[in-house]
Ligand binder design. Sequence first.
Ligand code: HEM
Length: 421
Amino acid sequence: MNFLIRLSNSLQIWLLQHPSSLSDFIMRFFYVSDVLSYSLVTPQKFLLKRQQLLGQNFAALGRIIIGEYNLAAKIIAEPQQRAPYIGRFRCIPDRFSRHFLLFLSDQEVQGDDAHQKARQAVWNVALGPALKNTASPEAQDLLHELATIAHTNGNPPNLDDIGDDIQRTVVQYIMFVLLGVTLSPDQISDLKTLFFSEKPRKSLLVSKVKPLAPPANRLDEVKRLEDIALAIIEGSPAVCRYEPGAEDDMSRRELSVLLMQAIAIAGCLGSESLVRSLLTKVPPDLEIDLDNPYEVLKVVLETARRHAPVNNINTVSQTAMTVTINGRKRNFPKGTLLSANIGLANLDGSFFKEPLNFDPHRENLLAALNFNSVGEAKRRECPGRGIAEKMGSDLLIALRSKAAARNHETPCMNANPSESP
Ligand code: HEM
């Protein structure tokens, strides 16, 4: 197995160093084999295995994976040329909105103003006004209900038992906070399938990526679910008010398609992963001052650093570059596909001291690349960052408050068993 991983790394390096239509064609086989293995063994195992064998940087998934903190941070800070890739996947671009943010390059590097305009429209209509909705009783109730369910399923809860509840909560929370929509039980079930199913004919994402996407004539079910989602989004309080203007020149339908894809792929999948880690990976004996919002936020950020919800930021190199792989300097031409890997960079021991330790007080916690930004370089920062941080903080407070209430109750019940009903 180790031999095969090393061989695949060496061959992919060679193919990337010698770009041609033939090497592109051969590379597809490596992509398919890696993407299947990445999905089967889980991203963290796939990446950490290669990190252990080859170091912070290596070739996999048909690209150069950059896990060295300084280089990944540089890629994230600079203007980005994009190609049709999302996370681990190579995508079928014409199955996406032409305004889909992750595929649009920055203006300085072969782009135009399309990314900035689409991002502004999404911000103006949904993401900007959303933060105040996180404080509403409806949003808080959803997180409290999930905390209660988690507590009745062990400490830490068994994720196999409550995976469904997590997905329902994330769908309801995001649709309410971003769009002002309260979903019916049928709508929750349909959106949960569309956003989270791994079945190529039902999943919004998997139906659009290589090698799993079904042919165009086998997309009936995903189209049915997308029509339901679009009707909800187009009729939502947030989108109803939208009129195309000089700045936001998308039609209401186009904006709804973009929002549906951004909510499903960028919003719900990242948030689900963050919630799963908050429920199971925060050390139970870690003391947190729940009255101090910054202390709580630091625990959320350390959870995201230690267990990155989003890993691969895919860009195209603007110059020839040298990358150290397995101790050797390797040269790659301009135009090489790169993935700045947040998960690996956040665990780079040359930047984060004792990177595997869970320490929300580490001095450079804020330098973690969780949200595709670093320091003041925020041009492509996740615009849902504030909402994800607030959701994570409120969930943590709900969980800890429930735990405190339970610890408080238990001795009294034991001390006075006759008072129990
Ligand atoms: C409320 C939930 C969220 C919403 C609505 C949201 C929305 C978005 C959107 C619209 C983008 C595209 C930005 C652009 O290209 O200009 C994006 C990118 C991104 N988001 Fe989020 N997000 C959410 C949660 C999260 C979470 C929990 C994480 C991880 C901690 C995360 C990490 C990222 C990253 C790393 C990117 C960059 C991806 C790339 O450029 O390839 N997001 N997000």
